[in-house]
Design a protein around this ligand. Structure first.
Ligand code: AMP
Ligand code: GLY
Length: 419
């Protein structure tokens, strides 16, 4: 099996790491990849994941058996449709299903039409109507840009001026939703799907705010934990009955089924689980904590997803816990410098800790340089989340570059019930 993975983040490094362990793999290519993936397979730095011609050419050149699409942008642009036309199997949704993530209006309408519990929302295209609506409200609401925004298209606020300014900026070139604000804790649930069947993976939570104690700006995610100590079988059953089963039924009815990963972002409220969003891919940094806990061969999982026999396949999952801490560049989630040299990173036993790179590159002398805002995810693995936390923070100490910073409290809010 020869696999091409699209993307350059720590999520794609984790996916590459997992494929590299597969007994089925005879070739592993990553486009464009990073310094970490380059140690496990062949990076194709000149192949742009959003350029289907380049991707198809690479598939032909390297005789690729299937493509695994990591990030949302190529999916929304229709890379899977183009690959299928060229006869190349791909893990990920076709363009019409990618709208479950790519359009908040589309996904809200889908949730409502299939009776999936979610916050009420009103759509606006017009600035005057939007402003009048906001001025008539009391209490916090959530504004969501319709299109993709890399985690920066959502504002939760009770300040009308802030909401109006944020919304007006979106309305210059997009539609928005004003959604009621929910309270609770968030969990991310990942389903593998083959287009007919699905299998759920252990529950994750990510830590989206930049500051300790969930303060500061929203980011793509500053850390993650898997599994989530609060979420027991009864809660998971409720989530599955109220939201996951109706989603897959709805997808079948609306012809949105696909082979790949579906991510459900829930707010766990006093009234039960409420669905905040779908993503049509693994989360980042959730993948970095979820994937090390999957014991099954990922080549076999990929085969089951592509050949519609997930019903006969039960992925094996470890009893361990994993916790990931993102090490970011100074200035992130605002503007930041790229190309900062990184000191040599220690290697840990894989059963204890893994360090996944994001958008790093290696120069001619073998020196690693940063290339993004979230630069590394340090993952600790252990018999419980406290141990995983200690190992993750130990690994964080080994990642050194000018201006490097991280949150100090990843996982903490879940620890009370853990032991
Ligand atoms: P989304 O992209 O829809 O998941 O929104 C990004 C983040 O905004 C979520 O992870 C939540 O932290 C927050 N958020 C979104 N919708 C709501 C809501 N209705 N109530 C409270 N917080 C929300
Ligand atoms: N961690 C959130 C996301 O991947 O969208």
């Amino acid at each position: 099996m020869k696999v091409l993975i699209l993307g350059s983040g720590a999520r794609e490094h984790a996916v590459t790491w997992k494929y590299s362990k597969s007994k089925r793999i005879t070739g592993l290519y990553i486009a464009p990849g990073n310094a970490g993936t380059g140690e496990l397979g062949v990076n194709l730095p000149d192949v742009d994941p959003e350029n289907s011609e380049q991707v198809i050419e690479a598939c032909r050149k390297y005789d690729i058996s299937h493509v695994f699409v990591g990030p949302e942008a190529p999916l929304a642009a229709g890379i899977v449709d183009e690959l299928k036309k060229a006869g190349i199997p791909a893990i990920g949704p076709h363009k019409s299903a990618a709208r479950l993530e790519g359009s908040k209006v589309f996904s809200k309408n889908f949730m409502k039409s299939h009776n999936i519990p979610t916050a009420d929302a009103v759509e606006f295209k017009d600035t005057v109507k939007f402003e009048t609506y906001i001025r008539g409200l009391t209490g916090p609401v959530v504004i969501k840009k319709d299109g993709l925004a890399a985690g920066k298209g959502v504002l939760v606020s009770s300040d009308p001026e802030e909401l109006i300014a944020f919304g007006k900026d979106i309305l210059k070139d997009d539609t928005l939703l004003v959604e009621s604000c929910l309270e609770g804790y968030e969990v991310s649930i990942f389903a593998l799907t083959d287009g007919k069947n699905y299998k759920l993976l252990p529950v994750c939570a990510d830590f989206k705010r930049a500051g300790d104690g969930d303060t500061g700006l929203n980011t793509g995610g500053m850390g993650a934990i898997c599994p989530v100590p609060f979420v027991n079988t009864a809660i998971l059953n409720e989530i599955e009955e109220k939201a996951i089963k109706p989603t897959f039924k709805g997808m079948e009815k609306d012809k949105l089924s696909y082979s790949g990963i579906l991510y459900f972002g829930f707010m766990m409220t006093d009234e039960g689980p409420m669905l905040l969003e779908y993503n049509v891919r693994f989360g980042d940094p959730e993948a970095q904590v979820l994937i090390p806990l999957i014991d099954s061969d990922f080549g076999n999982i990929a085969d089951a997803m592509l050949n519609s026999n997930l019903d006969e396949y039960n992925p094996r999952v470890s009893n361990n816990s994993a916790l990931g801490v993102v090490v970011a560049a100074e200035g992130y989630p605002g503007s930041y410098e790229k190309g900062i040299p990184v000191s040599p990173i220690p290697v840990y036993p894989e059963k204890d800790a893994l360090i996944f790179h994001s958008s790093t590159s290696e120069d001619e002398y073998g020196k690693v340089h940063t290339g993004g805002g979230r630069c590394f995810t340090c993952v600790g693995i252990g018999p419980n989340s406290l141990k995983a936390n200690a190992r993750a923070y130990e690994a964080v100490k080994g990642v050194k570059f000018k201006g490097a910073w991280h949150r100090n409290d990843i996982g903490k809010k879940f620890f009370t019930n853990d032991q």
